[in-house]
Design a protein around this ligand. Sequence first.
Ligand SMILES: *[C@@H]1O[C@H](CO)[C@@H](O)[C@H](O)[C@H]1NC(C)=O
Ligand SMILES: *[C@@H]1O[C@H](CO)[C@@H](O)[C@H](O)[C@H]1NC(C)=O
Ligand SMILES: *[C@@H]1O[C@H](CO)[C@@H](O)[C@H](O)[C@H]1NC(C)=O
Ligand SMILES: [Ca+2]
Length: 344
Amino acid sequence: MLKKPLSAVTWLCIFIMAFVSHPAWLQKPSKRKTPAQLKAANCCEEVKELKAQVANLSSLLSELNKKQERDWVSVVMQVMELESNSKRMESRLTDAESKYSEMNNQIDIMQLQAAQTVTQTSADAIYDCSSLYQKNYRISGVYKLPPDDFLGSPELEVFCDMETSGGGWTIIQRRKSGLVSFYRDWKQYKQGFGSIRGDFWLGNEHIHRLSRQPTRLRVEMEDWEGNLRYAEYSHFVLGNELNSYRLFLGNYTGNVGNDALQYHNNTAFSTKDKDNDNCLDKCAQLRKGGYWYNCCTDSNLNGVYYRLGEHNKHLDGITWYGWHGSTYSLKQVEMKIRPEDFKP
Ligand SMILES: *[C@@H]1O[C@H](CO)[C@@H](O)[C@H](O)[C@H]1NC(C)=O
Ligand SMILES: *[C@@H]1O[C@H](CO)[C@@H](O)[C@H](O)[C@H]1NC(C)=O
Ligand SMILES: *[C@@H]1O[C@H](CO)[C@@H](O)[C@H](O)[C@H]1NC(C)=O
Ligand SMILES: [Ca+2]
């Protein structure tokens, strides 16, 4: 009577209980498989693997493709770059070519200038009497040195001594007639004055310029008895105007007995209007000349010209203390220079 519905409920309960307590029992397939099931699984695994391999291969392929593409692109890019490079190179080349031709032109100009420099500094240049001598001008007398832009020298009239001690001397001072006053100012001593065949001062500016190469100075003197003496100095330099035409001398050689110019070594030039001497006095005014006055004189080659009879009474005459003392004025003097390396 009541057994049927109860049993139904019981079964339901059991079912539910079983379901709740073992939920996987219904879903989970058994771990153990039948041979058929195994075969199917194996096949699936193989297929899966093959598929994976295919996928791998195709991915590899596409990767390769991509890489190839990239390679190709990079090759194209490289080609393009090469092309543009070569274009750039070409333009650079044309640039370089034009620059090269420009340089060639400049080199031509420079070679021209160098050639001029060479001719202007070589023995061809007429720099002084020694260069005239080397060009076979062997007669003493007046010569005109041409102006020279390169040397910065103006046209200059000079008197060349082509005989004494081998010749090649440019005379910078002469006293022999007494017709020219040497009591002059700074500007006149700078530019030079007098007569080239008679008494003259070549000019401090010219003497300075001529002494820029290693130079010898020779001083020749004659007294009223007709005796001749000379004094020579190596390393003669006349400073520029900024240095007040300061005198520099090397060692003395000669036959005048006592050197009377070394006392004036390393001394500035003074004139009646410019007192550069080493004295409280104004030596140029006392000795009536322009000279490298120290305090004041051991020689006074630009002093007053005194004639015979007057020649031994004055302190401001043309004196060389080491020969005839401080009051004997000489009859003739010549100062001349030539390059140290001059060879007759
Ligand atoms: C593809 O195969 C190579 C060797 O053949 C392996 O090293 C790589 O891991 C595989 N890639 C994939 C995605 O399976
Ligand atoms: C002349 O003076 C300079 C400079 O002081 C000196 O070097 C030179 O030795 C002097 N010359 C003589 C001959 O004393
Ligand atoms: C001058 O002579 C001295 C000694 O005789 C020598 O030592 C010196 O080098 C000479 N100076 C010049 C410039 O020749
Ligand atoms: Ca003074």
